[in-house]
Every structure is written in structure tokens, then in C-alpha cells.
Design a protein around this ligand. Structure first.
Ligand code: PAF
Length: 298
């Protein structure tokens, strides 16, 4: 079967023009921001945008401002040709892949900061990360104009930050959160999974296994924060190299609950851990999401 066509734009103004042209034809614009190294989880985001919109633009940009000094910016996989093919297959009409200087022109001095949501969970261990995310996403929204933007719920805190910035800055963007896409064995799909050896991949399954155990405990009526955190930690501790956090948090504000608290009907359970060279995250919303199905024997 021949590959559907997909235009690649490198200049910000050509993305802006393409989105304006689409709207002039009466099409809703769908936007799927990514950092590339795309996988089936990203394809699901593009397909979702395609289901909702007549014109879909995916963006591929490894955004330097969201990486800390000792993080993996330099080695983050760059696979543009494969990314474009995947986007085309999933229904994108164009891919925007700008050079760094186009998004951060010399002398640029503006950052977008969303207070409150960004100091906890991943924000606590990655200072400045969400300022970088909020800044680049705001720039992409400025180029795309009125649109429906689709993001994965694996980056749950990021999704809440983006929802808040859209609301606070009065942007004409509908933000859609897409459910986490998992490998057949239960590991949440991530571009960083490709850093893992088979043995590390097997150990990384302890994140989804811990979440799964906690969902089952929650379904049986367990509401004590300390107990639920303990259930997850006891799965992860023997398997991962280090735990960054295991937190139960308010599902809208992402503010963590203390161990002595008791949960209501719905709460975010979010984890982050280092396995080999990869920092991995995963989450479920207790009271809302099903338990991840995990196949640990590999
Ligand atoms: O989720 C990502 O891939 C990135 O954080 C995003 C939203 C594309 C911003 O660089």
C-alpha cells in the first residue's frame, strides 16, 4: 500500500500558513506536539486528532529548555524520517520539525511558568522542566491557532499544566488527554523505553505492576494513603535502581496527599523511577482507570 503523503515544514511561518489555509477551507486543525522517536502511543495520539479534525499537524522537536543539565537532551533519539512515515500512516497532513534557532531565536528571553502545579512530583526533581514544556507548547499553540491539541496521559502532570496554561492565557485550544498506551506486557510506551536492555525492561515492569496492585487494593476498599504507597513501593523497590517518587495526589491539582490521609473516590497515583539509563514515569487515576494488565515473565 502506498504511503499517505505528509508535508514536512521546518519554518514556523509555514506551519502557521498551513493551519490558516486548513481553517479557511473549513477544516478543524488538530495538533499533536511530540519530541519525535515516535512509537505506537504517539500514533494513537495522531489517530485521535485525525478522528476529531480534518487537518492534523504533528510536531517533532526535541525541546532543549525542558531538559536539565545532566539529562538526556544530547542523546535523545532523533528519527525524523521514521517519525514522518508513522505520522502519515496515522493520518497527519503535515509534520513540523523546526531547527532550535527557529523556536528560540537568538536573544529570546521569554518563559511561560505555571505556578502551583509544577513544583511537585516531576517538577520537584526536574527544576525548570515544566517551564520549558509550557514555553514550547505555548509557542506551538501560537503558530497553530485555534485547534484541538492531543496529549498522552502518561505525562499526566504535563497534561494538567497545559490545561491550566490554556485556561489562564485564554488560548483558543481544546486540550484532549489520551489514555496511556501500553506494551503488550504492560509497560507504558515511552520513547525512553528504547534505552532499556531486555533485563532492564523486565525490571521496569515493576512500575505498572505496582500500580496494578494498588488499583486492586483500592477496588477492595483500601483508602489509606500510606498503605497504598507501601503496596507500590514494595513492588518497585527490589526491581528499580532508584525511586524518584510514589505519590498519591489530587487528580486535578496534582498536590500530593500525606501518608496519614484517607482518599476520597478519585486520586492520582503517580510514580517515577530510574531503571538503568532511563527515568520512567507511569500513573493511574484510582477510581477511574482500570488496573494495568502486566505480564512480568519475559
Ligand atoms: O510530551 C512531550 O513529548 C513534550 O513534553 C512536548 C509536549 C512535546 C513538549 O516538548
Amino acid at each position: 500500500m502506498s504511503q499517505p503523503s505528509c508535508v514536512v515544514h521546518h519554518e514556523p511561518e509555514s506551519l502557521r500558513q498551513a493551519c490558516n489555509d486548513a481553517r479557511a477551507k473549513g477544516l478543524r486543525v488538530g495538533l499533536v506536539p511530540t519530541m519525535g522517536a515516535l512509537h505506537a502511543g504517539h500514533a494513537a495520539l495522531v489517530s485521535e486528532a485525525h478522528r476529531r479534525c480534518g487537518f492534523v499537524a504533528a510536531t517533532v522537536f526535541v525541546n532543549p529548555t525542558q531538559f536539565g543539565p545532566n539529562e538526556d537532551f544530547a542523546k535523545y533519539p532523533r528519527t525524523l524520517d521514521r517519525d514522518v512515515a508513522l505520522c502519515a500512516e496515522a493520518g497527519a497532513c503535515c509534520v513540523f520539525a523546526p531547527p532550535v534557532e527557529a523556536m528560540y531565536p537568538p536573544g529570546e528571553a521569554t518563559r511561560v511558568r505555571v505556578s502551583g502545579l509544577t513544583e511537585v512530583l516531576c517538577g520537584a526533581s526536574r527544576p525548570g522542566h515544566f517551564d520549558g514544556v509550557a514555553t514550547i507548547v505555548t509557542k506551538l499553540f501560537a503558530l497553530a491557532g485555534p485547534c484541538t491539541a492531543v496529549f498522552g496521559r502518561k505525562d499526566y502532570q504535563q497534561l494538567k499544566v497545559i490545561e491550566r496554561l490554556v485556561r489562564d492565557l485564554l488560548l483558543p485550544v481544546e486540550v484532549v488527554g489520551h489514555p496511556i498506551v501500553r506494551e503488550p506486557d504492560g509497560l507504558a510506551m515511552s520513547s525512553r523505553n528504547r534505552y532499556l536492555s531486555d533485563a532492564e525492561h523486565a525490571r521496569a515492569l515493576s512500575l505498572s505492576a505496582g500500580l496494578s496492585d494498588a488499583v486492586h487494593a483500592f477496588e477492595r476498599g483500601e483508602r489509606r494513603v500510606g498503605v497504598l504507597r507501601g503496596i507500590v513501593r514494595s513492588r518497585m523497590e527490589p526491581a528499580v535502581d532508584s525511586i524518584d517518587y510514589v505519590e498519591l495526589a489530587h487528580a486535578d491539582t496534582v498536590q500530593p496527599h500525606g501518608d496519614e490521609e484517607t482518599l476520597g473516590a478519585r486520586a492520582l497515583l503517580a510514580v517515577a523511577a530510574k531503571v538503568g539509563p532511563a527515568r520512567l514515569i507511569d500513573n493511574v487515576v484510582l477510581g477511574e482507570d482500570p488496573a494495568p494488565k502486566v505480564e512480568e515473565a519475559r
